[in-house]
Design a protein around this ligand. Structure first.
Ligand code: CU
Length: 157
């Protein structure tokens, strides 16, 4: 099996591991990680696919795993310096579109973790969409996951 084939198979398996569906909304390859082993905060990343024929918006998220959950993105505050900021008005999901929440970009911010994010454990996160309503996603903890190619590299989480 070539590297390319192996990678494609692993990627497909990852995509199939934890699918969540609701009225045409599909969440693919979610994972969460702590900012550091002793951190009180962490973040969750995933791909959200809107397979409906109408635009939707991810307006909020919540979980028992954290005291507070916010939808964050990174903005460049000065040359190459990124800072996290809450996304005003939620994350737009155009009809037929896929939104990637990647390290260095958009993420579900978990503030005030109620328990440490242990490698390979899972947390349930409820995503709240304007039109599709609530989708509960079971998200595996993967503190060892490397940033995706194309992301801005390593950040605080
Ligand atoms: Cu954040």
């Amino acid at each position: 099996m070539s590297f390319r084939t192996t990678f494609a198979a692993a990627f497909a398996a990852a995509l199939l591991s934890f699918p969540a569906f609701a009225e045409g909304i599909t969440v693919l390859d979610p994972y969460a990680r702590a900012a550091s082993p002793a951190a009180k905060s962490g973040a969750a990343f995933m791909m959200i696919r809107n397979e409906t024929d109408q635009d939707d918006t991810l307006i909020a998220a919540r979980t028992d795993a954290a005291a507070r959950v916010e939808l964050h993105t990174h903005i460049e505050v000065s040359d190459g310096v990124l800072q996290m900021t809450e996304i005003d008005g939620g994350i737009d999901l155009p009809a037929g579109g896929t939104h990637h929440m990647l390290r260095g970009g958009d993420h579900v911010m978990l503030m005030g973790l109620t328990a440490p994010l242990e490698q390979d454990a899972t947390i349930d996160v409820t995503l709240v969409f304007e039109k599709a309503g609530e989708v509960v996603v079971t998200i595996p903890i993967d503190n060892e996951r490397k940033p995706e190619a194309g992301a801005h590299g390593e950040h605080s989480h």
